[in-house]
Structure formats: C-alpha cells, structure tokens
Design a protein around this ligand. Structure first.
Ligand SMILES: *Cc1c(COP(=O)(O)O)cnc(C)c1O
Length: 849
C-alpha cells in the first residue's frame, strides 16, 4: 500500500542516557577517541550508515537498543566516565590563563572569521585545506584555553560528495543537511527565541540571518544561516552551498560572513554576558567586509573615518592563504558599489562613505575590488602561512607599501600546523607521547626522546596502519566500481588490490592545476615499471576532489583513473572517491611516503604532509610550502625544483627526479631489511621525522604563535587605539553638548499622584526638550525634600529618572516618602558621559524655569 503521508519518529533518550546528547553536542568527541568509540560501539553499522554523526545516530536508535543500553552497567559506567572527562576538560585551567595571568593581556578575546571550518565529516561546512586549518585552529585553541569565538556560515548543502562515472569522470551530488541533523543549537535569547541579525539590502529588502552555535570543546563556533521561511527565495539560497554560484552569490555570502558576522558575534557576547571581542582575525580575505561594518559602527558613534579606520586596523589580523594571484578573491567594482555604494539610496553600511570603501579594496585594475588588498588595508597585523609564503606575499603585495624594500613589507608568517589528537591515529599517540617524555603535547616545542619506542614496535604499528588503509581502500574501490556500474562477478580482482606489505605512496589534496596530480604520469611506462618492479614494488593511493566548475581538474582526475585501468596497474594505483577528513585520517597514516609535487612556490603551506608526519609517514616533496623551511635529507626526500625553464621542461625534469628518487632511494631503503626483517634505516628516518618535525607542524604550536605574535600585540594596540579614539570621541561629544545646551529645557514636571501617603512613592514625570542631544547624553534627576519658607529643599533626596522608552525625552521616577508634611520637588538635567568623574564638572545644569 502506498503511504498517504509520512512523518519521522525520533527516539527519546531516558534520563540514564541523557548525557549521550551532551557528549554528541560537543564536537570534542571528534578528537577524543574514547568518546568516539563509545558512540561507534552503540551500533557499528548504524554509526557508519549515518556518516559517523552522533546526533543522527542517537535519534535513529531503536527502542530495544535504547532499553539495552539503559540497562547495561558497563555502558553506563563508560558514559559517566566520558561525561566526567568532558566537564573536567572544560573546567581545567589551560595554557592561555597561565600564560597571561595578572596581565591586561588576559582580557584579549578573538573573533575568528572563516568561510569554512573542517572539524568532522558530520559537520559539512568545509571543502578542503583552508577549512581543515580553521577547524584545527579552533580545536587547538580549545586545548590551549585560548579565548576565541569562531564565525562561519551554515550551508544547507555543504560541499558536494564525489563519485566517478564509468568513464572516470567526476560526478557531484549535494545532500541537504537540516540543522536538526547537525551538532548545532540555536543561540537563544532570554525569552527562548533564536538570535537573528539582519542586513538591510540596497534594494530595500531586509535579509534575515539566524545564528546557530556549535561547541568545539570550549570554543563557540557561530554559524550563520539564511535558509529561513522569513526570507525570499534568493535570500534563502545565500547559504546554500560552499564555493558554488557566481560572483553575485559569493559577495552575498561574504557580506553575510563579514557584516552579519560582526553583528552576530556582538549580539552573542552581549547575550551571554561575555566580553566583546577585542581582536578580529580574518582567515583569508572572505570576511573583509567585517572591517567595513566595524568602521561603520564607530562612525555612527561619532568617529570620523580616519580614526575609525585606525581603530579597526589596530585590532585586525589578516591571514593570506594563496601566493597565486588568480587565487585571490576579486569582485567587479560595480558589484561592490551596488551593495556598499551610495547610489541606490540604501546601502548595507550607510555610515561609511562609499568612495572610502572602494579605496580600501582598490588594485591596479580600477574595475576590480580586491579582497586581499581590503584585508591588508584593514589589518595592522598580516601574515602568510609558511616562511616561504611570507617572502612571496611580501613581494606580491609590495605595491601596497611603496618606498620600502620587499623585506620591509609588513607581512610576516606563521607556519600552519595540524591538531595532534585529530590527526594522529590512536595507535601512534603513545609513540608521540613517549617521544615527548609524557609532557603536555599542546605546549611543548620539542620532543626530546626520539628513541623512547623500539624499532620493532614502531614498525609493527606502521604495518598495522598500512594494512588498515589497504582494507579500507579495497572496500572503497569495490563501492566505487559498483557505483560505476560494475557487477560483483567482474570485481573478483579487488580482493588483490594493493598489498599490505608493499611500499605505499599517498597523494591526496584538492585537484588544482598547480598541485599537479598527474605529474607522476609524465612518463607512463617508467611509472608502470616502478609500480611493477619485482623486488621492490610500489603502490599509490590517491584521492581528491576537483571544483565542480573546473573542467581541467576533472580531466586530470580522469587521466589518472584511466591510467590505472589501462596500464594494467589497477591493483597498484587506486583512486578513493569523496576525499574528506575521515579518508584523510587513514590515508596519511597508512601510507609510507606522502608525495607533494606542486609548482614552487604556489603551495602556500599545505597541511596534509604534516598530518602524515604525525603518523610516521615520510615526506617526499618539492621544496615548497611548509617543507621548504624543514626540508632535510634525514627526515624525508626533496624533489629539486627546476625554475627558469619553460613549463614543459620543468614538468619533465621534476617528474624525472621524482622517478629517480623513488626508484633509487626510497624503494631500496624501504626494502632493505635486517635479519629480523626490519628496515632499520627506514625506521630511523621515521623516528627522526616524528621527533624533529612533529612539534614544529603542530597546530598547537601554530595557535601559540598566533597568540604571542599577533593576538596579544593586536589586543594591546587595540587598547591604546580605543583609549585615544575614546578621548577624541569625548572631546567631540563635549563640543556637541556645549553647542546643544542652550536648547535643552525642562518643559514640564508633573506629580502623577498629587496626594501621596507615607509608605507610598511620589511618582514624578518630566518632559524635556533635548535639542540635538539624546537621552543617553543627559543625567536627569528628581530632587525631593521639605521646602523652607524660601522654597529651598531641605534634606533633599535625589533620584535618577529614566526615559519611558529608548530615545524618549519623557522621563519618570518613583521616589519613596518616609515622613508626612509638605514636600517640594524639582527636576535637574546635566550632561552625562562615561569619561566624566562627576556631571557637575562641566558647569552645565538645567532646571525648570
Ligand atoms: C588536510 C586536508 C586537506 C589539505 O591538504 P593540502 O595538503 O593542504 O592540500 C584537504 N582536504 C582534506 C579533506 C584534508 O583533510
């Protein structure tokens, strides 16, 4: 029978299991393996089928399973332990507190804006490296107790999932992710209503934005959502998907993130009684409009543009992430004009004159508005993401700083890192901990005990990780071929795909031209020979998504997939579809060597190779990004870059070097075994790579660098600027008050209850004329006492009067009366400002005449 209608039934958790929801709603489980195991152990199959998403899994449990769990003492004990562990973690005193104790720095608080955050597969608001970096930033900030609030967008469809067609062509699919399926909660106000902020669009319509909150350990991540019934269709679509759509769509997303993000974080902190952010970190140029909004707010409170800009600059940190000019976000100037210009009457941020906005994003081409230039002009603190990237960025943006040498361009660098507990497989964690002598991994700069774990033990763990990858890769390849239309009977060969004992090279990243996925295909016969070498065989595991609009990228992918099929090497070169953080975890850990061959110096940093290091996988890379500053033969292999020749020659030469090193250095070292069957020198190299490189590529080190080199200095300069600006604003206010004072009058004073009794209050109301001033600018007081024969009030009681509504010039108060007799009253008005010690300082008083 066909259903007439349908609805969904969800599981109610009994009180014994209620804390499962607490655990599910704090994303710390994603870097705390025992909590993840607790969820996975509830129902392994369900855990996988709902995308390792505890929120969906808990809702989908059968009543029988729930009853079993509620009666399972072992399970309840583990649940209690995990819940206790989470609250102990959240309450513990961590690095930042100790680091800033008894200093003004302790009050620094950072708003961190990013277009994407890669925290777990089950919160699909990321596409690649930039997002994973932002996710690792928040996780490490949590472990260090750094006071950061993340701000991003909640995408209805996230990024696409990838499959392949029979011909090896990338196919994209988008799945809707309703907020109820995600580990997010609405930010609620005191009345239990979700926090919304709004943007007035130039066409007169108001965009409604709902604010959600995810918990990343102790770090709140605010996610903005426009997919609301209150919005028209085109507004609902603004936060539909990541990096989809045209420039118009993109600028709307960036206005929501920047302008909406500032309003959201301010409203959020106010609601929660937390300190307002003092430092604004723009992770890439996408959130540049946040600076325009902040300038606008200062100008509305009376600052001039220059002072407002200086104040914003003093407290802004901008991180640039691409050394490729084509990778920089630029808009047609007229599109920016349409949203922020003054032509249409309405503008998004009306207080800031549009010519000044256009100047902030100006570049050589007057038709373009450059978001990186905007970021640099808005930030006194700017950095690239590796040393070499710092050098390249200083050259690239030198024009913005005329008259100084490239080295003097004020763009520094903080080398990226990866969050240790997220990226180190649980079986490798004890190795790292031992190498660090059991100290706190989040705060140590060196791991001084490289020999703490024996060679056999290390090699055993490495073998297990490789075997696990091989198993997962076979499952993935089988699923992929079935999706490509193959029948089970054709797929017997998959049992023998990859070999858990073979030297395994990993390569996974976004398919962008400069990353050169297919460099390894330069000489196909030579590659096939290396793969098929009888004594020293090699296998490749590859993954990566091409942007849906990048036809060139999809062709590269197809070439690679087809090569594996055609060259008779489909058992030793496999492509795993739908690269995401879960696949990345297994790939970086199970490979022996992580290959990275971008065109130098186009890889700003790269982070997948850092994840590999944490797991004892060795680096094989062009001297670019992070590897450029760490390259050392004792911990990896460097492919020499061949600059100064044409592209074809460069690719051919670099591929030649890749084959040579792989065939003559890497493979022999891997297959050279001692009498115990151990590749002793290989294991030595693994050991050195972890101990020497590991602590340098930790995101925990990166966040400490951001705190010390950027956030605390920005917090200090923001304090100075805000004091200077506040003094300037006070002086301007004084001028306004003196000018307006002659028109300030008390028009009427009325006793609302003309025959009061003792024990009752005297209710007074006064109507004022304030001229150019507002009710915030004045202190209005009722003065009540017994009048003597001259009408002087004796023993007067003074009570502050309040405006009947915001902005009103009608004021009221109720003054208690304790003795019978005659009562006299009047009303007094004086200027009021936080910078005045006493309102009488100015000698301006107004009484009824
Ligand atoms: C780490 C990671 C990346 C970034 O890798 P790069 O080496 O920086 O290109 C991209 N996607 C996913 C899923 C990752 O985990």
């Amino acid at each position: 029978m066909k259903a007439y209608d349908s609805l969904s039934v969800s599981t109610v958790l009994p009180a014994e299991l209620a804390s499962l929801r607490t655990l599910a709603k704090n994303l710390r489980w994603s870097w705390h393996p025992s909590a993840e195991r607790l969820f996975a152990g509830i129902d392994e199959q369900l855990w996988r089928s709902c995308g390792r998403n505890p929120v969906v899994m808990l809702r989908s449990l059968s009543a029988t399973r729930v009853a079993e769990l509620a009666a399972d003492d072992d399970f309840l004990a583990r649940l209690a332990e995990e819940t206790q562990d989470l609250s102990a973690y959240l309450e513990s005193e961590r690095w930042f507190r100790k680091h800033t104790r008894d200093t003004e720095d302790a009050a620094t608080s950072v708003a961190y804006f990013s277009m994407e955050f890669g925290i777990t597969e089950s919160l699909p608001v990321y596409s690649g490296g930039l997002g994973v970096l932002a996710g690792d930033h928040l996780k490490s900030a949590s472990d260090l107790g750094a006071p950061i609030i993340g701000i991003g967008l909640l995408y209805t469809y996230g990024y696409f999932s990838q499959t392949l067609s029979r011909e090896g062509w990338q196919q994209e699919a988008y799945t809707e992710h309703p907020p109820t399926d995600l580990a997010v909660d609405p930010v609620l106000d005191a009345d239990g209503v979700q926090l919304h902020v709004s943007l007035g669009f130039p066409d007169g319509r108001a965009l409604d934005i709902a604010v959600w909150e995810a918990q990343v350990g102790s770090i709140p991540l605010l996610l903005l959502d426009t997919n609301l019934p209150t919005n028209p269709e085109d507004f609902r679509a603004i936060t539909d998907r990541l990096y989809g759509g045209d420039a118009e769509h993109r600028i709307r997303q960036e206005l929501v993130l920047g302008v909406g993000g500032v309003r959201a974080v301010q409203a959020y902190t106010k609601l929660r009684g937390r300190a307002q952010p003092t430092v604004f970190h723009l992770n890439e140029g996408h959130a540049g409009f946040s600076g325009i909004e902040r300038i606008g707010q200062l100008m509305e409170s009376g600052e001039n543009f220059e002072t407002a800009l200086a104040t914003v600059r003093s407290s802004t940190v901008f991180t640039t992430h691409t050394p490729v000019p084509a990778g920089i976000d630029r808009f047609d100037s007229h599109v920016v004009q349409r949203y922020l210009g003054s032509s249409g009457g309405h503008t998004l941020v009306p207080a800031v004159p549009s010519p000044r906005i256009m100047e902030l994003g100006a570049e050589d081409d007057p038709g373009l508005f450059n978001m990186a230039h905007l970021g640099l002009r808005l930030a006194q603190y700017a950095n690239g993401v590796a040393k070499l990237h710092g050098v390249v960025s200083r050259g690239m943006f030198a024009k913005l700083y005329p008259g100084v040498e490239a080295e003097e361009v004020p763009i520094g660098s903080v080398t990226n890192g990866v969050h240790i507990p997220s990226w180190t497989r649980p079986s490798m964690m004890p190795v790292i901990e031992a190498m660090n002598g059991g100290r706190d991994l989040a705060t140590s700069n060196t791991w001084d005990h490289p020999d703490a774990v024996g060679a056999e033990e290390l090699w055993r763990i490495r073998g297990e990780l490789r075997a696990e990858l091989v198993k997962r890769a076979r499952d993935s390849v089988r699923a992929s071929w079935k999706a490509r239309g193959a029948q089970d009977a054709e797929l017997g060969w998959i049992r023998d795909v990859l070999d858990p004992e073979r030297l395994t090279i990993g390569f996974a990243r976004r398919v962008s031209t400069y990353k050169r996925l297919t460099l390894m295909l330069q000489d196909r016969e030579r590659l096939a020979r290396i793969l098929n070498n009888a004594e020293r065989p090699v296998q490749f595991v590859i993954a990566g998504k091409a942007h849906p609009a990048d036809m060139g990228g999809k062709q590269l992918l197809q070439q690679l997939v087809n090569f594996a099929d055609e060259a008779g090497v489909r058992d030793r070169i496999v492509f795993l579809p739908d690269y995401n953080v879960t696949i990345a975890k297994h790939l970086v850990a199970g490979s022996d060597v992580w290959l990275n061959n971008p065109v130098r110096p186009q890889e700003a940093s790269g982070t997948s190779g850092m994840k590999a290091v944490m797991n004892g996988c060795l680096t094989f890379s062009i001297s670019d990004g992070w590897w450029d500053e760490m390259a050392d033969d004792s911990v990896g292999w460097t492919i020499p870059d061949m600059h100064g020749v044409d592209e074809r020659t460069r690719d051919a030469l670099e591929a030649g070097a890749l084959y040579d090193i792989l065939e003559h250095e890497i493979a022999p070292l891997f297959y050279e075994r001692d009498e115990r069957g151990l590749p002793t020198e290989w294991v030595e190299k693994v050991r050195r790579s972890i101990a020497v490189v590991g602590p340098k590529v930790a995101a925990e080190r990166m966040v400490r660098d951001y705190v010390n080199d950027l956030y605390l200095p920005a917090g200090r300069s923001a304090r100075v600027a805000s004091e200077v600006a506040a003094t300037r604003a006070f002086a301007a206010w004084l001028g306004d008050v003196r000018a307006a004072w002659p028109s300030v009058r008390v028009e009427s004073v009325v006793a609302e209850n003309p025959e009061p009794k003792t024990g009752e209050g005297l209710r007074l109301s006064a109507r004022l004329a304030l001229g150019q001033l507002t009710s915030d600018d004045v202190l209005v007081e009722a003065v009540v006492g017994a009048p003597d024969e001259d009408g002087e009030l004796l023993g007067a009681r003074i009570a502050e009067m309040r405006p009947v509504a915001d902005g009103s010039s009608d004021f009221v108060v109720e003054v208690p009366i304790d003795a019978p007799g005659r009562l006299g009253f009047t009303v007094r008005v004086q200027p009021q400002h936080a910078f005045l010690q006493a309102p009488a300082e100015l000698g301006l008083v107004r009484l009824p005449s």
